[in-house]
Each structure stands twice: as structure tokens, then as C-alpha cells.
Write a protein that binds this ligand. Structure first.
Ligand SMILES: C[S@@+](CC[C@H](N)C(=O)[O-])C[C@H]1O[C@@H](n2cnc3c(N)ncnc32)[C@H](O)[C@@H]1O
Length: 229
């Protein structure tokens, strides 16, 4: 079995509905991942079978044991080895901080699409990605995925290499990403905060006054008035 055959005859993994990655995204993973690469994904399904077919050493984090069972049944019937695939049957927001992934060649974010899970997944899977590694973000038509995509487009250290049918974004990580960068060095955050703009300063002053921080406000005004210390 290869990825074309998988796409031609996709098994049902998620109950009655198929939530799988679009074929273009699965093909992209199939072209990018080489045998022996280290990969990880949140969520499970057709993508997990595709990872198994590539021969990668793969970590799959998914809370639903029925999905894991369906993947195992399909792979057994089709003679696909899951020897290099490790399943963690729990939510990623609990598993990822505990297992400490290392040195990934590719990470797929396609588990929970809720806030803040998408961003937790990004932090714990984007950080161990090697420079030159690939980050696949699915469901960028949802708010959480779209914000992450827009953040990465502006963030130093990430180059967008593909956007597949408005559903899946693919980024290459360079060595310039600093996961501990301060917020005003993150262009997406700084721009939307209005960092350094007079209007934003005025907003801060009004907010301080509203919350009764008159002494802080007075000190701030003294500092800014010409000729005052
Ligand atoms: C869109 S489906 C994944 C589709 C899969 N990539 C494929 O190609 O078939 C979303 C997956 O996220 C899983 N999921 C939901 N909440 C999760 C969480 N908090 N952590 C990890 N996975 C989660 C679901 O069980 C489901 O497997």
C-alpha cells in the first residue's frame, strides 16, 4: 500500500463523519517525510496511516481510543506496520508538556481546534522542530488556525511554503525562531497592540485612571512633562 492507494480507499476513522486532512495535505506529508524521520501529530486518522507508510518514527497524540483501534484494524488488514508509531491516548494539552518531544523533522497540528489548545500544541511541537523542519497547520479556515497562520507569516523564523485549498498551511522553520521572544519582538503581537504608538499610550493612561491607579498615572505624567524629572 502507498499513499495514492490510501487516498483512493480511505477508511472511516472518526465515527460516521470523515474529518481527514485534504488529499493535498496528505500528499505533501508523503513527499516531505523520509524513512527514519522523526514526526509527531495531534489528532489521528488518515494522516496517521500516511505517517506509518512513510517509515517515520512517529508520535500520535489523540484522546479517542476508538480512533486508535480503527487505525490499528485498518493497518493490520492492509499489512501496514505500526511498529514505529507510538500512540498517546489522552488530550494533547496534558500529554505534550509531559512527554517532552525532541528533534522533530515534521509536526502536524490537527487535534483540538479550540482555544488555547491550538497554541499549546504549537508551542510544544514547534519548539522541538529542527531548523529546516516542517510545520503543518490544519483548519486555517477556523479562527484559531487562522490566527496561528497569520502569526507565523509575520514571525521571524518561519517561512510559509504552501497554503492548500485555504485549509492547510505549511511552514518551514529556520534557525531564527526564538520561542521565548518577548511580546514586542513578535511582529504580529506588537503590531496589534499598537506598540510604541501614541494612541496606545493614551489607552494605557485612560485604563490606569479608570482602575484608580492615580499615583502610577501621576508618576507617568510627571515623567513625560517637559522639564520634569
Ligand atoms: C480533524 S480530526 C484529525 C484528522 C486526521 N489528521 C486525519 O487526517 O484523518 C481531529 C482529531 O483531533 C482529536 N482531538 C480532539 N481533541 C483533542 C485534544 N485535546 N488533543 C488531541 N487530539 C484531540 C480528535 O479525536 C480527532 O482525531
Amino acid at each position: 500500500m502507498d499513499i495514492d492507494q490510501l487516498l483512493a480507499d480511505k477508511p472511516v476513522i472518526h465515527g460516521d463523519i470523515t474529518h481527514g486532512l485534504i488529499p493535498e495535505a496528505i500528499e505533501h506529508i508523503g513527499r516531505t517525510v523520509k524513512p527514519g524521520d522523526r514526526t509527531a501529530e495531534t489528532g489521528a486518522g488518515h494522516s496517521t496511516i500516511a505517517f506509518a507508510l512513510t517509515g517515520a518514527t512517529h508520535t500520535c497524540i489523540v484522546p479517542d481510543p476508538d480512533e486508535i483501534a480503527a487505525i490499528k484494524r485498518y493497518c493490520e488488514a492492509e499489512g501496514i506496520s505500526l511498529d514505529r508509531v507510538t500512540f498517546h491516548a489522552d488530550v494533547s494539552e496534558r500529554v505534550l508538556p509531559a512527554i517532552g518531544l525532541e528533534e522533530l523533522d515534521l509536526a502536524l497540528l490537527d487535534g483540538s481546534h479550540s482555544f488555547p489548545q491550538v497554541f499549546i500544541d504549537f508551542f510544544f511541537m514547534g519548539s522541538p522542530l529542527k531548523p529546516g523542519g516542517t510545520l503543518v497547520v490544519d483548519d486555517i479556515h477556523l479562527w484559531t488556525g487562522r490566527v496561528l497562520r497569520d502569526f507565523l507569516v509575520e514571525e521571524p523564523g518561519w517561512d510559509q511554503v504552501a497554503e492548500l485549498r485555504g485549509r492547510t498551511a505549511v511552514f518551514l522553520k529556520t534557525d531564527a525562531w526564538d520561542p521565548n521572544a518577548v511580546w514586542y519582538d513578535q511582529p504580529y503581537v506588537a503590531k496589534r497592540t499598537g506598540f510604541g504608538k501614541p494612541l496606545n499610550k493614551a489607552r494605557q493612561v485612560v485604563s490606569m485612571a479608570r482602575h484608580g491607579q492615580s499615583s502610577v498615572l501621576a508618576g507617568e505624567l510627571r515623567r513625560r512633562l517637559p522639564g520634569r524629572g
